[in-house]
Ligand binder design. Structure first.
Ligand code: HPA
Length: 268
């Protein structure tokens, strides 16, 4: 089978992949478990779509098998990933229904497998995350969003919490003092695993609400879903536009890390 160049990881509210033509679901088995991936074509290129939480949103953020998801994409040959994630905002400039292309994160997760390299035969890897989210993919998304007239912010610090609960207002005040702009539950370890695997990775954070204590109302998953529903047309158009102009050749350097990973995969 021809390698799949590019993939979308759809977060909460992004389950439709009707942007892909000739698409078929495939179960991709990896040594970390299986992932269901929709493989099809977009503008003549091979592309894949994976729903982060599984079909029917069955896995909560802290129980997602991030390694199986990323490994499945790697096994298909994917080199560039555009992910979506619903987030709360800590920054008044980043309003509900805006898109933010995160460029940094603060990791407040607690119990997740956050590396493929677990010592022993796999070796030990201390990943460089000076530039966690691929700047080349981020610029392509930004240009597309602007061309489509959508509100987009280039750069923002994503605070990743363990979930599945929302945050306390005190936590949100702390995250703001630390420099956080957005809060969500999924970008870590996904971004790290993609980087270890040598894939370009960027996330389109979709602001669904102001975070706890900033918002006057209690938070609810229903509120998040309602905002996602409003955003669904725009996110589909943004993703389609982005994939269709994404350069096949990368000059960002994200692929360099992949050599160590390929060696580890080959040894198994
Ligand atoms: N907190 C954490 N995750 C979220 C939020 C939030 O306020 N909104 C959407 N995902």
């Amino acid at each position: 089978m021809e390698p799949v160049e590019i993939a979308v990881i759809g977060g909460t509210g992004v389950y439709r992949a009707d942007m892909l033509e000739d698409a078929a679901w495939r179960e991709v088995r990896t040594r970390y478990g299986a992932a269901e991936v929709l493989v099809g074509r977009l503008e003549g290129r091979s592309a894949a779509f994976l729903t982060r939480h599984g079909k029917g949103h069955s896995a909560p953020p802290h129980l997602i098998n991030y390694r199986a998801n990323i490994m499945a994409l790697k096994q298909l040959g994917v080199r560039r990933v555009v992910a979506t994630a619903a987030v709360g905002s800590l920054n008044e400039r980043m309003k509900p229904l805006d898109f933010v292309l995160a460029d940094q994160f603060l990791d407040f997760t607690k119990a997740r497998k956050n590396t493929f390299f677990e010592g022993g035969a796999d070796g030990v890897v201390h990943l460089d995350v000076s530039d966690p989210y691929c700047h080349e993919v981020r610029s392509v998304i930004e240009a597309q969003a602007k061309a489509l007239g959508m509100p987009v912010h280039q750069g923002g610090c994503y605070v990743c919490t363990e979930g599945p609960r929302f945050e306390t207002p005190a936590e949100i005040r702390m995250f703001r003092q630390l420099g956080g702009d957005l809060v969500g539950m999924t970008s870590v370890p996904e971004v790290l695993l993609a980087k270890e695997a040598g894939m370009c990775y960027a996330v389109i954070a979709m602001v669904t609400n102001y975070a706890a204590g900033i918002s006057e109302n209690p938070l609810s998953h229903a509120e998040v879903l309602e905002a996602m529903d409003t955003l669904s047309g725009n996110i589909s158009r943004l993703i389609m536009g982005t994939l269709s102009v994404m350069p096949a050749e990368a000059s960002c350097g994200c692929g360099n890390m992949g050599e160590r990973f390929a060696k580890m995969m080959g040894e198994k």
